[in-house]
Design a protein around this ligand. Structure first.
Ligand code: PNS
Length: 165
């Protein structure tokens, strides 16, 4: 039986920290589905389609990674795609409370799916999509924080949205 794992998130945008978790978890499973949450309440920098396209581009060399989007409950999506595991990255103890709550809620809703945590590599422990967005919006370079392709896409997006300023 194929061991399928889901890496869910907002990925607005995908960072080098996410890439670290993607590479390490893809090596542990037959298939890793990076699943972008659609239509969450936050005001995103990128649409879910744009986020999916960026993820496809930056994971194209990892043969067992698929990129998809989902709405509704994550555990229902897991059943739909036949996944038995959800992976999440833990950067610091501050992530833990929310992650534990989500994992326990998901487990109560669906016993067929387990959540595993990977500790983020120390190089990326400080990094988040929101910090990347803030640096970019304030005119800083995000080259050290995201894949080159994503940095280019952020540049284009801000040129478009801030073009008139
Ligand atoms: O990158 P994020 O924003 O921390 O990811 C959060 C995500 C997408 C994993 C979480 O919000 C989620 O799974 N949403 C789907 C709705 C759901 O199943 N909620 C119940 C979990 S307690």
């Amino acid at each position: 039986m194929k061991r399928i794992c889901i890496y869910p998130g907002s990925f607005d945008p995908v960072t080098n920290g996410h890439m670290d978790i993607i590479k390490r978890s893809a090596a542990m499973f037959d298939e890793l589905i990076v699943a972008v949450l659609k239509n969450n309440s936050k005001t995103p920098l990128f649409s879910s389609e744009e986020r999916v396209n960026m993820l496809k581009e930056v994971t194209k060399d990892i043969s067992n990674v698929k990129v998809d989007s989902f709405s509704g409950l994550l555990v229902d999506y897991a059943d739909k795609v036949g996944a038995c595991t959800i992976v999440r990255g833990l950067r610091a103890v501050t992530d833990f409370e929310y992650e534990l709550q989500m994992a326990q809620t998901n487990r109560i809703m669906n016993k067929r799916v387990d959540t595993i945590f990977l500790t983020t590599s120390l190089d990326y422990a400080y990094l988040s999509s929101s910090i990347v967005r803030e640096v970019a919006v304030c005119g800083g370079s995000v080259d050290k924080f995201v894949p080159e392709y994503v940095s280019d896409m952020i540049g284009k997006k801000l040129e478009f949205t801030q073009g008139g300023n």
